[in-house]
Design a protein around this ligand. Sequence first.
Ligand SMILES: NC(=O)c1ccc[n+]([C@@H]2O[C@H](COP(=O)([O-])OP(=O)(O)OC[C@H]3O[C@@H](n4cnc5c(N)ncnc54)[C@H](OP(=O)(O)O)[C@@H]3O)[C@@H](O)[C@H]2O)c1
Length: 269
Amino acid sequence: MKTVVVTGANRGIGKETVRGLAHAGCKVIMACRNVAAAEAARAEIARETGNGDLHVLRVDLASKASIEAFAAAFAERFRTLDVLVNNAGISTSAREATVDGHEPNIGTNFIGTYLLTRRLLPHFDRAGDRAIVNLSSGIEAIGRFRTDRIDRYRWFRAYAVSKRMLLLFTRWLSLEKEAEGFRINAVHPGIVDTSIMYTGKWFDFLIRALCAPFFIDAKEGARTCVELALGKRTENGKFFVKGEPREIRLTARKRKETADLMRFCEALD
Ligand SMILES: NC(=O)c1ccc[n+]([C@@H]2O[C@H](COP(=O)([O-])OP(=O)(O)OC[C@H]3O[C@@H](n4cnc5c(N)ncnc54)[C@H](OP(=O)(O)O)[C@@H]3O)[C@@H](O)[C@H]2O)c1
């Protein structure tokens, strides 16, 4: 039986990933900021699947201290994991920095995910089928960045930058860990009808109207994540776009961005 950590598991794609894994008999640790919503999701999925091995552990990916506390509590309660699904993410126009002083989209979607991954890597079961699934996005294509300008990017641009960073980190880590047998991949789930698609502003009705022909539901959006977590897909270092594995090709620019990013990450640890 696999032990899987899923971040942002209280709603959307993360919740449907947990549902799929629970049906398959996995032990799942739901790493969530909103504990009340996560408990409600856990109870609903446990009732539906009969899986009593679902757990909620609090983490706020916008805070390094919270990530450290999560990693310590995880090690004490669960000891090892086989799979990490880095699903949690935001798209916000808010300008307030995270408690650690980062732009909120990049601070949560990339920096928080990077730090959590780093903290959990020593806890992967060496005898297990080890995998990491990172929820990137097709929008990474417009996320060109320089790390010395990170705090200047805003909202969609910052979101795109965070997803490009996650994609480049996925490729880098997949090569780094290949010899140890890890499978580390990124996923663009498609255009999924979840709350991240909406802004809470007047033009939400336009977003809904424009996206309606392309929308898939969260269960469909979670399909590749579940397959990768269960080891039904055996690739490493790929970008799964709506279920299809693609090479993560590095242009000269992306090569430079990767080098720059990994230098930036060293200073975060
Ligand atoms: N929907 C799409 O079309 C689409 C397309 C491409 C990629 N993606 C990616 O897929 C992932 C899941 O998105 P979704 O569509 O399921 O969105 P969603 O329904 O808005 O879910 C986002 C999840 O992330 C959690 N989260 C946000 N900030 C957090 C923090 N600081 N600490 C811990 N958890 C946090 C949320 O928890 P709270 O309830 O506490 O806010 C929620 O559980 C995201 O990474 C997104 O970028 C989505």
